[in-house]
Design a protein around this ligand. Structure first.
Ligand code: HEM
Ligand code: HEM
Ligand SMILES: Nc1nc2c(c(=O)[nH]1)N[C@H]1C(S)=C(S)[C@@H](COP(=O)(O)O)O[C@H]1N2
Ligand SMILES: [Mo]
Length: 341
């Protein structure tokens, strides 16, 4: 038993800190839309992720030692595979661009692998625990941490520099890391669903939008009624967490026009498919129920007959195929930060 702190333990603890930091900043990145916040979060996320690669030489020594011991390795190996896949896909997305295979983007793989890594990381750390010791919190450890951070920042800068010098697609990505696809040309914009939704077949003649307030009788508006109310035009960026963005000119009805003033509670926007998102009273003023994009009625894929436009929020807030808007007493934070459907 060594009395002095073993470097392998500090490496493992550092990896735990970096993985946690990368995971959290990744989630935060999915919640932000708009520079410069998105850029700051993305850069911090990239640096944390690349710091894991900086520690790879040290970790590989630990891995070789660990593999020599006679005990089950399957979980540790599965964890390593998933982390490597996530890292490769993250860097691929940020450099060589918006790759897509069978409708799955590099970013989807990156995030999917990262989410899969969570239970494996928990299992790995439970089976291979590392205790932090007082001696770990030394000046020397602090200097090493700064060195690792510095190398990771250099690596990030190097990747960005090479991207722009060589002219890789990565140089064109937005602060969120997303790539432009089909701005101004709605038919060229991807049709994207969050997880499991499908484009429903909606007959505009029988379609009705329910507008529900606790203090008033529910209203049902037909598509023709809605068309007669179209009043506003907004040019807004839709930025999907799948890694693409597009700016379009949307036309429709301000949600405020339908709902009137709202002081408390929240507004639930529900889709024909059951998909829904909840908004705070202060958000309502910026929400548009769009019937048109690029001057023509919405296509089924993009949310016909009516879809929500949410300036400054990620695509998953932009509920398509809206069937009901309802004012409810629950506050807007009574919902999962990301849709569960
Ligand atoms: C990037 C993240 C990590 C990866 C990919 C990874 C992967 C691995 C692999 C493949 C092994 C060798 C196989 C085995 O022991 O069964 C191993 C060993 C080990 N890992 Fe990790 N690990 C990571 C992070 C961590 C963390 C966060 C901890 C604890 C806080 C940890 C603690 C250990 C320990 C103690 C060993 C055994 C070393 C030995 O017995 O000599 N690892 N790791
Ligand atoms: C432990 C988990 C994670 C690690 C190690 C990791 C690591 C990385 C790395 C190395 C990059 C490339 C950075 C670059 O070269 O510019 C990246 C990009 C990215 N990651 Fe992660 N990531 C993790 C989890 C997540 C999660 C959970 C999300 C979202 C929910 C996420 C979202 C993103 C996004 C949007 C990018 C693109 C950013 C850009 O292009 O600047 N990541 N990640
Ligand atoms: N009903 C419903 N609305 C939805 C989704 C969904 O899965 N179901 N996906 C959201 C996501 S993740 C995005 S990025 C945008 C994509 O809009 P588009 O298909 O018009 O490009 O729709 C949002 N609205
Ligand atoms: Mo999305």
């Amino acid at each position: 038993m060594g009395v002095s702190p073993r470097p392998s333990r500090r490496t493992n603890v550092a990896l735990l800190v970096l993985l946690t930091g990368a995971f959290v900043t990744g989630l935060v990145a999915f919640g932000t839309e708009g520079s410069p916040e998105s850029r700051i979060v993305s850069v911090a996320h990239g640096v944390l992720g690349l710091a894991i690669l900086v520690l790879a030489p040290w970790k590989s020594v630990i891995v070789r030692g660990g593999l020599r011991r006679r005990r089950p390795h399957a979980l540790a190996i599965a964890f390593a595979v998933v982390v490597v896949v996530s890292l490769l896909a993250g860097v691929a997305h940020a450099t060589i661009g918006p790759l897509e295979v069978a409708g799955v983007s590099a970013l989807d793989i990156h995030v999917g692998a990262a989410v899969t890594a969570v239970p494996l990381a928990v299992g790995h750390v439970i089976r291979r625990p590392q205790r932090l010791r007082a001696a770990d919190l030394s000046r020397r450890t602090a200097l090493r941490a700064i060195a690792v951070g510095g190398f990771a920042a250099l690596a990030y800068g190097a990747v960005e520099t090479v991207s722009s010098v060589v002219g890789l697609p990565g140089a064109r990505r937005r602060g969120t890391g997303s790539y432009e696809v089909g701005s101004g040309v709605p038919s060229a914009m991807p049709v994207t669903q969050w997880f499991t939704d499908d484009v429903p077949g909606i007959d505009p003649d029988s379609y009705e939008l329910a507008v529900v307030r606790p203090d008033a009788e529910a209203r049902r508006l037909r598509y023709v009624d809605l068309l007669a109310m179209v009043e506003a035009t907004e040019t807004v960026v839709l930025d999907c967490t799948g890694g693409w963005w597009a700016e379009q000119t949307w036309r429709g009805i301000r949600l405020e026009t339908l709902l009137g003033p709202l002081e408390s509670g929240s507004v639930l926007i529900r889709s024909v498919t059951g998909y829904s998102r909840r908004f705070a009273p202060e958000d309502v003023g910026s929400l548009l129920l769009a019937t048109h994009v690029g001057g023509i009625p919405l296509s089924p894929g993009h949310g016909a007959p009516v879809r929500l436009v949410v300036p400054g929020r990620r695509g998953f807030w932009w509920v398509k195929w809206v069937s009901q808007v309802s004012v409810e007493p629950d506050p807007a934070w009574v919902q999962s930060p990301f849709p569960l459907q």
